[in-house]
Design a binder for this molecule. Structure first.
Ligand code: LMR
Length: 395
């Protein structure tokens, strides 16, 4: 049977991890996959995570099954963290999932049961895995305008015009904050407008929020998702703890669904859990229990929030210093958008050839669409990177 297979196309982000590792140049710079690196280039285990992990090892008394929704305490804590008091708890349900990707897949499976073969509109551009993930669940994909590479800003009027044309049979996926890959985000007033439009058209909204706390803070970053949740009769949210808890390999995410009333929420949740059962039965507990411990312990939570602020401030510092370094070298404001963007990524808007040249000539690795991981650039490498970027953009 296997002889009929052709090699699968490589995931562009994951392929960079191996390519970077194989590069023997000491001066190489990794701006590829979205992991946070501190000033020394290390991806640290957060101190609150290490303490919660220690506690879990000492206190856990059984490894028996947890159930298809996973860790219930984790789910409740995540609903509180993401949705705050925007929605009454009888209308929302949460299921722990293996990472934000697992949460997205559960929701995609659910949506394909609710409306088989419906179209999911994705931002142009979006996280590349959104496309195969939605299609694997049976859904169709299309795009809506989002990013203006000339200005580095959101094409808000075009976005609104596209939203106006969507119908109640469609699904739109919105990035809750820290847009991946562009770094360009909606203002609160723009979220209000988007909410007004989708409330009118009845288009189903799925919010992917993988970087909560990486933009302007935990509360500020939740503005959009909470506005939608407080307004719409139904929606879904896929949240990730990979980045904000630094739990990448532990695969910790949460799929949340909101129903028009308690009965609809319960029925919808039963379908979400069926999707979990068919995919992997039950999610792994370890990472979710760490998050549950942190979010329910005042001291650990404070420690985590402080560390998260340091991570966020580090990224803002890199953004400001890089924008300044580019201003000096290019004698222009062409890269000022770097300081305005928020989150882990910015899309530089340079051609794929120039991205290749950065890799070949300067050992700088970033995704082919010119997405750079801001958190991958140490302060000590800013000048080196700015020199390389100016050289390739001038040619
Ligand atoms: C990224 O966009 O780099 C991360 O979300 C990692 C991934 O799974 O692609």
């Amino acid at each position: 049977m296997f002889e009929t297979l052709k090699p699968a196309p490589q995931d562009k982000i994951i392929a960079l991890i191996a390519e970077y590792a194989a590069d023997e140049r000491d001066s190489k710079i990794d701006l590829g996959v979205g992991v946070y690196k501190d000033a020394t280039g290390n991806t640290p285990i957060m101190t609150a995570v290490a303490k919660a992990e220690d506690r879990r090892v000492k206190e856990q008394t059984t490894k028996t099954y947890v159930g298809m929704a996973g860790n219930v305490g984790f789910n409740n804590a995540m609903i509180d963290l993401v949705l705050g008091d925007s929605i009454s708890r009888d209308r929302v349900r949460g299921a722990q999932a293996p990472g934000g990707t697992g949460a997205l897949r559960l929701i995609a499976d659910l949506l394909d049961v609710a409306k088989p073969g419906a179209t999911v509109y994705l931002s142009d551009p979006t996280w590349p895995n959104h496309v195969p993930l939605m299609q694997a669940a049976g859904l169709k994909t299309a795009t809506y305008p989002y990013f203006d590479a000339e200005t580095g800003k959101v094409k808000f009027d075009e976005l609104c015009a596209a939203l106006e044309k969507m119908t109640a049979d469609d699904i739109v996926l919105l990035h809750g904050c820290c847009h991946n890959p562009t770094g360009a985000n909606l203002t609160n007033e723009q979220w209000d407008k988007v909410t007004e439009i989708v409330a009118k058209t009845g288009t189903f909204v799925l919010v992917d929020i993988a970087y909560l706390g990486f933009g302007d803070g935990l509360e500020a970053d939740a503005y959009g998702v909470r506005k939608l949740a407080s307004t719409l009769p139904e929606m879904a949210v896929a949240a990730s703890c990979s980045k904000n808890f630094g739990l990448y390999r532990e695969r910790v995410g949460c799929a949340m669904i909101i129903g028009a009333n308690e009965e609809v929420a319960n029925i919808t949740f039963s379908q979400l859990l069926s999707a979990a059962r068919a995919n992997y039965s039950m999610p792994p507990d370890h990472g979710a229990e760490i998050v549950r411990i942190i979010l329910n312990d005042d001291t650990l939570r404070k420690e985590w929030e402080e560390e998260l602020s340091q991570v966020r401030n580090h990224m803002v510092t890199i953004r400001e210093k890089l924008a300044e370094a580019m201003r000096q070298r290019s004698n222009s404001a062409d890269f000022d958008f770097l300081a305005e963007h928020r989150g882990m990524f910015s899309l530089l808007g340079i051609s794929q050839d120039k991205v290749e040249q950065l890799k070949k000539d300067f050992g700088v690795y970033m995704v082919g669409n010119s997405r750079m991981n801001i958190a991958g650039l140490g302060v000590d490498k800013i000048d080196q990177f700015a020199d390389a970027l100016v050289k390739v953009t001038r040619e």
